[in-house]
Design a protein around this ligand. Structure first.
Ligand SMILES: O=C(O)CCC(=O)C(=O)O
Length: 277
């Protein structure tokens, strides 16, 4: 990894925004060329799923896509983003989950039904007894389509809700929780969100198909949340990417890593000692 990536380290202001709101957006994280290439690949996947019978009006949730193309793998240790991920979570991390979502126009009239609000990680939220719940992981959402206007299948959040273990929803299934807002993101924007942030997908009432790539980073002792059959990429990956793709020396090293398990820590010691602690 090139030390020039260190200009993208998490700033104090970004840390504060993320800690206080559970969300951090970075505009122009992807260039126009990257957006265009990644959109082409996403369109190919969507077309293949339609061919296989996917309903063209329904959102496509497509996990385990990293090995489908090198351009997807290149975002795993993306220089503009990874320094902020380790700035938040530290160095004992990997990509525990990745999915892309394509939300075509629903063709339905706009309504005000309550969306599917949730925190990430399923049973973790019942079975870990600390309050507030622990952060454990975050996702980076790369917006490929223009969701800078509401009604386009936007990603919705309740800023600041990540420290709340419950979310009060409107009683009759109409309307959104207090404080809920759409993330208005232009193509190329990366949105980091804390797994505990109450968030939701929303219907696409526009004519613009929404396309987003989600990269979930968590601690190395956390299990994968989809099949993550990325082992085929290990041999061709440099040591840091290999760590991020789930490689390790042995089982114990996921809990008590040696230097060999976590080349990211070794690299930080040499290039950015303040982040190696
Ligand atoms: O599609 C969206 O905007 C929401 C995605 C989501 O809920 C998630 O990644 O956990």
């Amino acid at each position: 990894m090139n030390p020039s990536c260190l200009i993208h380290r998490l700033t104090q202001a970004e840390r504060q925004t993320f800690s206080e709101t559970g969300l951090l957006t970075v505009e122009n994280a992807l260039s126009t060329q990257q957006v265009s290439a990644l959109t082409g690949l996403t369109d190919q996947i969507f077309a293949a799923r339609l061919e296989a019978g996917h309903d063209p009006r329904k959102a496509l949730f497509y996990p385990n896509f990293i090995q489908d193309n090198p351009a997807f793998a290149d975002l795993v240790d993306y220089a503009k983003i990874l320094p902020k991920v380790w700035g938040i979570l530290g160095w004992n991390i990997y990509l525990y989950h990745a999915h892309l979502i394509v939300t075509p126009p629903s063709g339905l009239p706009r309504d005000d039904k309550t969306f599917g609000w949730h925190q990430d990680s399923g049973r973790v939220n019942q079975e870990v007894e600390s309050r507030p719940r622990p952060r454990l992981s975050l996702k980076v959402a790369y917006f490929l389509s223009d969701t800078s206007e509401p009604g386009r299948g936007n990603f919705w959040v309740v800023p600041g809700s990540h420290l709340e273990d419950t979310l009060e929803r409107p009683p009759v299934g109409i309307g959104q929780p207090n404080g809920a807002v759409p993330v208005l993101a232009k193509p190329g924007t990366a949105a980091f969100f804390d797994r505990r942030l109450w968030h939701s997908a929303s219907p696409n009432w526009s004519k613009v198909t929404r396309k987003v790539l989600f990269y979930g980073y968590g601690y190395r002792w956390l299990r994968t949340k989809d099949d993550m059959t990325v082992q085929s990429l290990w041999a061709q990956s440099d040591p840091i990417r290999r760590q991020l793709l789930g490689w390790g020396v042995n089982a114990n090293g996921f809990f008590s890593p040696t230097d060999e398990d976590v080349p990211l820590r070794v690299w930080l010691r040499e290039n950015c000692p303040e982040d190696a602690a």
